[in-house]
Design a protein around this ligand. Structure first.
Ligand SMILES: Nc1ncnc2c1ncn2[C@@H]1O[C@H](COP(=O)(O)OP(=O)(O)O)[C@@H](O)[C@H]1O
Ligand SMILES: [Mg+2]
Length: 263
């Protein structure tokens, strides 16, 4: 069974007398373990779709299934469980709480689960180490570079051990070096944890790290293809100089391969 299935979903925003049809009856499935990039020009409905996939919004028409669960039929509490446990979110602007340290930010999703403070601390530290930022655990977001903040946000998304990560332009505010490091992190999470990843990007270079690209225009899918020459980042720890325009060799620690590897 597919992890996600959308069937003929549309989303009409009411805006004055006329509605804006942001999604026009789209259908697709995502299998467990895919790394999908959703691409398309600004205003084409990408964020609208991601919000629906994340159960933050509902389609005007059509159906959305997560596994065998028809999202429209779920009660408020069940939706909250999905958002809090099955799905992890990563945003363009990181959305960290500025007054909390990196570790405390990562602990936030655990607060709602009645997990004791010692256990929360252990779990938060483990994912911060996993994303290569354990040494910054006691820092506030303002003391971290953009790439480091996004790592903390990825750790926060991972701490509940989700099946799916939804990322809306996760590299939109990052320089190219830290963007690649975040893509490397996604590849590792995808390969090692088996977490399904769906990211919105309008950078074709970022889409090359995924396994499949869905192209949007004007609320409709105009293309849905596997990534042919997928790029792999082998060294996830390579953004120590991020935030600084390094002009480093873009080929560094990358390898291009055909289909088949690590899939
Ligand atoms: N809350 C909203 N109310 C009214 N219109 C909206 C709202 N959110 C998005 N739209 C409109 O829906 C369309 C798709 O928007 P969006 O999903 O944000 O596109 P993208 O993420 O691809 O840039 C755009 O025309 C946008 O103006
Ligand atoms: Mg958007």
């Amino acid at each position: 069974m597919a992890l996600l299935r959308v069937e003929g979903i549309s989303r009409v925003y009411s805006l004055g007398k006329r509605g804006v049809e942001a999604l026009k009856g789209i259908s697709f499935e995502v299998e467990d373990g895919e790394f999908v990039s959703i691409m398309g020009p600004s205003g084409s409905g990408k964020s609208t779709l991601l919000n629906i996939l994340g159960c933050l919004d509902r389609p005007t028409e059509g159906s959305y299934y997560i596994g065998d669960r028809d999202v429209a039929r779920l009660k408020t509490g069940q939706l909250a469980d999905l958002r809090g446990g099955v799905i992890g979110f990563v945003f363009q602007t990181f959305n960290l709480i500025p007054t909390l340290t990196a570790r405390d930010n990562v602990e936030v999703p655990l607060l709602y689960r009645g997990i004791g403070s010692k256990q929360r601390r252990t779990m938060a530290m483990a994912v911060l180490e996993e994303v290569g930022i354990g040494h910054r655990a006691d820092h506030l977001p303002s003391e971290l570079s953009g790439g480091e903040q996004q790592r903390v946000a990825v750790a926060r998304a991972l701490v509940t051990d989700p099946e799916l990560i939804l990322a809306d332009e996760p590299t939109g505010n990052l320089d190219s070096k830290s963007s690649k490091a975040i893509m490397g992190l996604f590849q590792r999470i995808n390969a090692e944890r088996g977490v399904t990843i769906i990211q919105v990007t309008h950078d074709p270079n970022m889409a090359r790290y995924g396994s499949r690209t869905i192209n949007f225009t004007d609320g409709e899918i105009i293309g849905d293809v596997p990534v042919k020459e997928r790029v792999w980042i082998d060294d996830v720890e390579s953004d120590t100089a991020d935030g600084i325009a390094t002009g480093c060799d873009p080929g560094e620690s990358e390898s291009v391969s055909g289909e088949g590897r690590r899939t």
